[in-house]
Design a protein around this ligand. Structure first.
Ligand code: CP
Length: 306
């Protein structure tokens, strides 16, 4: 049985198969409409979500399966003190596959160790968000056609942003990828990402504070929200929250084929006026999230459509 806990749980070859399957689903969704008939997905969300939970649910429904679950720990027996380990043992009796989001790092790993069904990490604290990474990779693969030799700008909350950590982890496996890390000093990417991933693998990167100093060089700009829920101190959040605002004037500095991605939700970091720019692909990215989760469910349940 396979779980998805970390973006690197799939090899580069397995990942390519998954992305190709997602593209095939996008091209002909009706072919897959009954693939999961009789199967149930449990979505166990202890933290708020719009995209991840609903795209998982849409994915399973698109495959002809059903969905059970809870959208907040307060609506489950976690509110009575039940552990994640006990919850997953029970969910294993009710469902065929489970997507779990939890505020604690490592919660999905704990769940997988007690589960008799495949467990998907739908975000564990500030640690990893592998299905967002799969969504990001499918967006890049579908719109750029390759991962090699991309210069990728990551902007905003690089300290707590689990989507950023997962994306770096996934992209360093491809040749010639370079990063520009754009953040205020307080929200720099954590030391273990710089040292254990970037330095250890001799990946070229630079750190800058101003978005304007990076834009002209990028193939891809990955914007992120400053996450209020990860700050201990409201004053720090207020000081940081509008540090970056990508607007039309800044987009003028960027190459004509640079893509703008964002895992969403956004707050103020991308002005609404940018949404109509053809380079702004973050809503398309949310749609790719459904196709890649359909491909993931089929892969983890070992269901093949000839
Ligand atoms: N991108 C993402 O994880 O969005 P949600 O928090 O709405 O699931």
């Amino acid at each position: 049985m396979k779980h998805l806990l970390n973006p690197l749980d799939f090899t580069v070859t397995e990942l390519e198969s998954l992305l190709k399957l997602a593209n095939a689903i996008e091209a002909d969704p009706s072919r897959y409409a009954h693939a999961c008939e009789g199967k149930k997905l449990a979505t166990c969300f202890y933290e708020p979500s719009t995209r991840t939970r609903l795209s998982f649910e849409a994915a399973m429904i698109n495959l002809g399966g059903s969905v059970i679950g809870f959208a907040s720990g307060d609506n489950s027996s976690a509110a009575k003190g039940e552990s994640v380990s006990d919850t997953i043992r029970v969910i294993s009796c009710y469902a065929d596959i489970c997507a779990i989001r939890h505020p604690k790092e490592g919660a999905a790993l704990v769940a997988s160790s007690r589960s008799s069904i495949p467990v998907i990490n739908a975000g564990d604290g500030g640690h990893q968000h592998p299905t967002q990474t799969l969504t990001d990779l499918l967006t890049i693969y579908s719109l750029k056609g390759h991962f090699d030799h991309l210069k990728v700008g990551l902007c905003g909350d690089l300290k707590f942003g689990r989507t950023v950590h997962s994306l770096i982890d996934a992209l360093i496996r491809y040749d010639g990828v370079e990063f520009i890390l754009i953040s205020p000093e307080e929200l720099r990417v954590p030391g273990y990402i710089r040292e254990d991933l970037l330095d250890a693998n001799q990946i070229p990167y630079k750190e800058v504070e101003r978005l304007e100093d990076a834009l002209s060089e990028l193939d891809l700009l990955y914007m992120t929200r400053v996450q209020k829920e990860r700050f201990f101190n409201e004053e720090d959040y207020i000081r940081m929250k509008d540090f970056y605002i990508l607007d039309k004037a800044k987009m003028e500095l960027a190459p004509k084929d640079m893509l703008v991605l964002h895992p969403l939700p956004r707050v103020n970091e991308i002005a609404v006026e940018v949404d109509d720019d053809p380079r702004a692909v973050y809503f398309k990215q949310a749609q790719y999230g459904v196709y890649v989760r359909m491909a993931l469910i089929l892969t983890l349940l070992d269901i093949h459509i000839d």
